[in-house]
Design a protein. Sequence first.
Length: 214
Amino acid sequence: MGKAWLRDRRRDGYYRMAKRLNYRSRASFKIFQIDDRYRIFRPGGLVVDLGASPGGWSQAAAERVAPNGLVVAVDTATMAPLERVTVLRGDVRSEETRRDILGALAGRHPNVVLSDMSPNLAGNASLDQSRSAELAQSALDVARSLLRSRGHLVVKIFQGEDFPEFLRQVRADFRFTKAHSPKASRSASSEIYIVAKGYRGPPGDDSEESASEE
């Protein structure tokens, strides 16, 4: 990273706050802000965090589902342990990794699937957006295969030509869908978060959670 990028990061209020409060990433504040507005988490909930490293979202989610909840953090990269978080190393697109997730949850289906996954940026807006859409699609596929009925999904995607079709797919699968940019997102970023609540389909038992729509 260049010196200008490092200088801007040190000036960033959320970066400094994350350091002061011992969060692993400024991204923790994005999911806190999303949860404060849309009520994604509940105490005792089961959460799957895709592309979790270095753990900012997992750390925040573990706080919100405490004391009896569980977060399963999944990434192809290594990630240091976190309290109330089970860390798995694997590719979210593989069936083996999805089986490992269910194993970590003792066969239970999660209430929430999160994805803050980002591609390695190529510097080409169209290519970066397309790669982001592919990752978002992978997150939606995981939600379709694992999420309990009436569960929730939060997924990042870069805005661009693939965004409307992806949003259409999410709307077809969830009772409530909103595109949202939390205050902690950088103003220059093209990222947008889709908050989706009330998964319409199987698998899973929907007895533990009902969707609260807005």
